[in-house]
Design a protein. Sequence first.
Length: 285
Amino acid sequence: FVGRALTQLLRSRGHEVTHVSRQGGEDRLSWEELSRSGLPLCDAVVNLAGENVLNPFRRWSDAFCREIISSRVETTRTLAEAIANAEQPPRAWVLVTGVGYYRPSPTAEYTEDSRGGDFDFFSRLVSSWEAAALIPGSPARGVVVRSGVVLGRGGGAISQMLWPFRLGLGGPLGSGLQPFPWIHIQDLAGIVCHALESESLQGVLNGVSPSSPTTSNGTFAQELAAALGRPALLPVPAWAVRAVFGAERAVMLLEGQRVVPKRTLESGYHFIFPDLSRALKDIVA
């Protein structure tokens, strides 16, 4: 989902893009080929791989947890090893992780310098994921983008919400008061592109909209309904969310983090969709 948007943006800016995926092919490299032959000559590597944690058709189980971890940590480790072993390493190495690194709180605000990463399954997952990307002594600039909920057409969170909201059956999850860290897909692609093209940029960037810290789940539900010209009157009770997703995953929906893109803004990135109503109108138009 994000890979398509990023590929389109990079190619529009004159970059050549090769995908690493399960299957090889034109402008494609399989993971097996990468492990066997190493990294082809390139300027930068971006890792967006990861099994969809909120897939409602997958039951929360040990096997699914292992899949979630390996699809993130192992792909990152494989790419980091390929970069470390490359005769001519790339200049930039960008990893997109998540704001699940920060502890959910109704009041705390988190910048890129805030601590986290060690209190539940998802925070520890992000810590392991980011640790797998470290390449001591590598000349490749390392950038980590901690993304919020990605909003865009044709996939992501919105695709699962549109039909209930179009039918007037949408509403906030649980209390609706929990923070809702979000970003438009064009801005997430834009931040990654900015990280690739800014020769001195490295470290952590929060991939959330500037107005994200003031957005609650209830506000999001109202704005999405307004963009569709529908009411948002039916809250989804917390017990129903837990029943569908399991207690561990439900935390991602029923609790949230106020995340501020402080370093992202300081780095000179200009958001295309800084406010929620414009972002949603663009997506559902």
